[in-house]
Design a protein around this ligand. Structure first.
Ligand SMILES: O=C(CO)[C@H](O)[C@H](O)COP(=O)(O)O
Length: 230
């Protein structure tokens, strides 16, 4: 999976610590990104050793990795809720657990899975921790709604920018066939208000503001892991 910077040891420690909380019989949301991938690998090793779980992937990439790791899988609509979801973040405020996701353009399914889970555990390295959310907010939009959503983002005080593909001419297309507008709002004073405003824009499928979702955050570092619970 694509890495977004930060030490891979720190990411591994965070991912492995979160995976340790998974026990027999759990239905587990499998997040997307390089940090969540460490949790998926740790779960794969535990499944090899007899751990009995069902994983619900949040993206093409996490599904591919989970299959490679031999984790039994189900789609979201095949399970009656999840016990836990483990996922990364692009930025997080530890005081609240509010975070911004969507660096891998998977935030729509990630939010569905997080919302269906009893516990949402976020795994990050220290570069993701901030005092205030000021990362660009990924907004997944229906292709026909792009210009309207960009105008709405501007009205909300943000600067929109269509996410373009790295190895293809043209835009990033999500696993759901939509586009991503990255919206720069600078520092976000009221994440809940911005989240509600973005959700209300016609054509917005989902945005990357995760407000009041986290039940635990694992921050890996060079020499250990710190855990904050909510
Ligand atoms: O939200 C995400 C994907 O949509 C990722 O969890 C987020 O981008 C963090 O990725 P990484 O762990 O590679 O830094």
């Amino acid at each position: 999976m694509k890495s977004t910077g930060g030490s891979s040891d720190a990411k591994r420690r965070a991912g492995e610590a979160a995976a340790e909380g998974v026990t027999d019989g759990m239905v587990v949301g499998l997040g997307t990104g390089s940090t969540a991938a460490h949790a998926i690998r740790a779960l794969g090793a535990a499944v090899d050793d007899g751990l009995d779980i069902v994983g619900v992937p949040t993206s093409f990439a996490s599904r591919e990795l989970a299959i490679e790791q031999g984790i039994p899988l189900a789609d979201l609509d095949e399970v009656d809720g999840l016990d836990i979801a483990i996922d990364g973040a692009d930025q997080i405020v530890l005081e609240s657990g509010n975070c911004i996701k969507g660096g891998g353009a998977a935030h729509a399914r990630e939010k569905l899975v997080a919302a269906a889970a009893e516990e949402f555990h976020v795994v990050v390295d220290p570069t993701k921790v901030a005092e205030q959310l000021d990362h660009t907010v990924a907004v997944e939009v229906l292709p026909a709604a792009r210009t309207g959503v960009e105008a709405a983002v501007e009205k909300l005080g943000g600067e929109p920018s269509l996410r373009r593909a790295a190895n293809k001419d043209g835009p990033v297309v999500t696993d759901n066939g939509n586009l991503v507008v990255d919206a720069d709002f600078g520092g976000v004073d009221d994440p809940a208000e911005l989240a509600a405003s973005l959700s209300a824009v016609p054509g917005v499928v989902e945005h990357g503001l995760f407000v009041s979702y986290a039940s635990a955050v694992y921050v890996g570092s060079e020499d250990g892991v710190s855990e904050t619970t909510y």
